[in-house]
Design a protein around this ligand. Sequence first.
Ligand SMILES: Nc1nc2c(c(=O)[nH]1)N[C@H]1C(S)=C(S)[C@@H](COP(=O)(O)O)O[C@H]1N2
Ligand SMILES: [Mo]
Length: 367
Amino acid sequence: MTAISPRPGELARIADPATGISLDELALAARNHGMPLEALRYDITPIGLHYLLVHYDIPHVDPETWRLPITGAVERALELDLDELRSRPRVSHTVTMECAGNGRARLRPRPVSQPWLDEAVGTARWTGTPLAPLLREAGLSPDAVNVVFTAHDHGTERGIEQDYARALSVTDALADEVLLVYEMNGAPLPPQHGAPVRLIVPGWYGMAQVKWLREITVLPERFTGFQNETAYRLKSEPDERGEPVTRIRPKALVAPPGFPDFQTRRRVVDAGVVPLFGRAWSGTGTVTMVEVSTDGAQTWHEAELGTPAGPYAWLSWRHSWQADEPGDYQISARATDERGETQPVDQPWNRQGMANNMAQQVLVTVR
Ligand SMILES: Nc1nc2c(c(=O)[nH]1)N[C@H]1C(S)=C(S)[C@@H](COP(=O)(O)O)O[C@H]1N2
Ligand SMILES: [Mo]
């Protein structure tokens, strides 16, 4: 068995097209679970059904002794404990979050990492306090460029030992909707989702939402840590610098119709009118259209849209499928957002398998 991260400078691996999922990938998939797609029925995903991604181990952080320093290129370094954070203005946002690697296992050839199929998504009600006023209180120095969020979890990745850390530009960090959160769906943050405090950056892929926050550092230069410089970049050649992964591309998912076969997950429905239902979201603007295909992406029908649960949350869609002929079908849905970006039917391939919003394919047998 080849290790995923053996040596410093190791390139992201691409699986040989002839090989299946490895035990290393299975070990990741067993730790990092997706949202069972039948949970698309909930506006707000119940905590245990929200997808989960943890690069290293879930750290144990004692909320009593937890402190958050805000340091670096600021006029007055601050340090807050949990009570101080809780006594600040309280804001909640309903946010659809998706892992940037969602859909990776469907890419050909397959980038080797957490092998997500379609379900690395969830919507939660996050409660905390806005970040911008805290940064303003600390007083950003005029030469501030990046704000780095460093976490308590520690590990190695492609041979580089690190604390999980991600930076945002000062502009992105000062956006009104960015929160330091201590509650998820009205309960204290659970250990797996970042207790006691995590960052929420609505509209961005999951990697920006740093869990188990330990320190916020303002830098007068660009942050060059692994999770910004090496990982989470769209590139097709290994030596390319690549474009950073940022906001969530438009995507729609179909809630599984009928009932499943245990091992293949193929769906079975009775002939007649089959109600199709799902959700759609985009981090770059409101979803303005969802189209459904029941013939393997040959023809598309506009679905009826519901109202989103908030400006950063998914909306529901529905479509009645007149399925009169018994047989095998492939169902797909694709979203378009207000910028006019539509999900592709073919894979947008890149070496790390990031931001892949290829339309889902659901196999259904009409009986
Ligand atoms: N400290 C820390 N924050 C992290 C991660 C991590 O491994 N460590 N994983 C990131 C990634 S890649 C994703 S997709 C989201 C997942 O958040 P969730 O597990 O609460 O759904 O957390 C992000 N924040
Ligand atoms: Mo992720």
